[in-house]
Design a binder for this molecule. Structure first.
Ligand SMILES: Nc1ncnc2[nH]cnc12
Ligand SMILES: [Zn+2]
Length: 337
């Protein structure tokens, strides 16, 4: 890639809409927190842990990801993890981020909901990056567990803007969570769900028609269904695409096979995101650069991706417009046709 396009992509104002905060926990911080909390780890060193990051699919990643999160016990641990991510985001010129967190991973170990939410939220308040929170339900657990989690989180309703659905996709279709999502909609929460990462297009239809989500996380398998692709484009339904994640979890063989360009060409509001940056080899700019390095993407695509990231966000229309004006001002210096 031309060095100037590289620096344009790195420096452009952008939003990140698909980042699991537990997936930003770097091996060094896992070891530091294990030491601080007296937790023993089944790995001898940071290097040994990192060497275990060779995944063959989503589940092989999730097993290690949940083990890594076991070092998080105190509010300060959640604060430190989140503050570290937000510093990386700031360095990548992220102006706004909507952060996923998985409370069940922690409450199941006896960590209070207050500890989780207050630690993450306080770090968001202390950052110069605009940051809001999305509580994710773990889809490998029951809907009753999700409902109990929602109830436990409601005293902190002012600290998160929406809910999502993550963890093991295949075998846990969106329909399983119809009641809890309906309740969340009634509460005025924003709704998203992982769908079409490993699961089929039918899961994307169900996320739209049963859960009534406002964004699809991943969604890359939509291209297998032309009617679905057309519908997503017509509805302006955003997809939060995570290129390095898709390669590391073997959704695509390599970055040259990734369908990001086809998604954009189909008129979809596709965005680029990091998913679990500590596990997949990079934060937001590294995801963008990896895609630009391997795919025939140019300046116009950079502009489109910067715009899409704000269009797809849950910011107010006024705040969106301010960021979109910043994107336009930034790109005005370059030769956009
Ligand atoms: N890529 C992903 N898919 C589903 N659940 C996740 N939890 C963290 N990362 C995830
Ligand atoms: Zn994800």
């Amino acid at each position: 890639m031309h060095t100037s396009l590289r620096s344009i992509v790195q420096n452009m104002p952008k939003a990140e809409l698909h980042i699991h905060i537990e997936g930003s926990l770097e091996p060094e911080l896992i070891f530091a927190l294990a030491e601080r909390n007296g937790v023993s780890l089944p790995y001898a060193s940071v290097e040994a842990l990192r060497a275990a990051y060779a995944f063959k699919d989503l589940q092989s990643f999730l097993d290690i990801y949940y083990a890594g999160a076991s070092v998080l016990l105190q509010e300060q641990d959640f604060y430190d993890m989140t503050a570290a991510y937000l510093r990386r985001a700031e360095a990548d010129h992220v102006r706004h981020t909507e952060i996923f967190f998985d409370p069940q991973t922690h409450t199941a170990r006896g960590v209070p909901m207050a500890t989780v939410i207050n630690g993450i939220h306080r770090a968001c308040q202390d950052s110069p990056v605009s940051a809001t929170l999305i509580l994710c339900f773990l889809r490998h657990l029951s809907e009753d567990d999700a409902i109990a989690t929602l109830e436990a989180a409601l005293p902190y309703r002012d600290k998160f803007i929406g809910v999502g659905l993550d963890s093991s996709e295949v075998g846990n279709p969106p329909e399983k969570f119809a009641r809890v999502f309906s309740r969340c909609k009634d509460l005025g929460l924003r709704l998203v769900a992982h769908a079409g990462e490993e699961g089929p297009p039918a899961y994307i239809y169900a996320a739209l028609d049963v859960l009534h989500v406002e964004r699809i996380d991943h969604g890359v398998r939509c291209l297998e269904d032309h009617a679905l692709t057309r519908r997503l484009a017509e509805e302006g339904m955003p997809l939060t695409v995570c290129p390095l994640s898709n390669i590391k979890l073997c959704v695509f063989r390599d970055m040259k096979q990734h369908n990001l360009l086809q998604l954009l060409d189909a008129g979809l509001v596709a965005t680029v995101n990091s998913d679990d940056p500590a596990y997949f080899g990079g934060y937001l700019n590294e995801n963008l650069l990896a895609a630009f390095d391997s795919l025939p993407l140019g300046l116009q695509h950079a502009y489109q991706l910067a715009r899409n990231s704000f269009v797809a966000s849950f910011l107010s229309e006024a705040d969106k417009q301010k960021h979109l004006d910043d994107v336009d001002a930034y790109f005005a210096a370059f030769n956009l046709t």
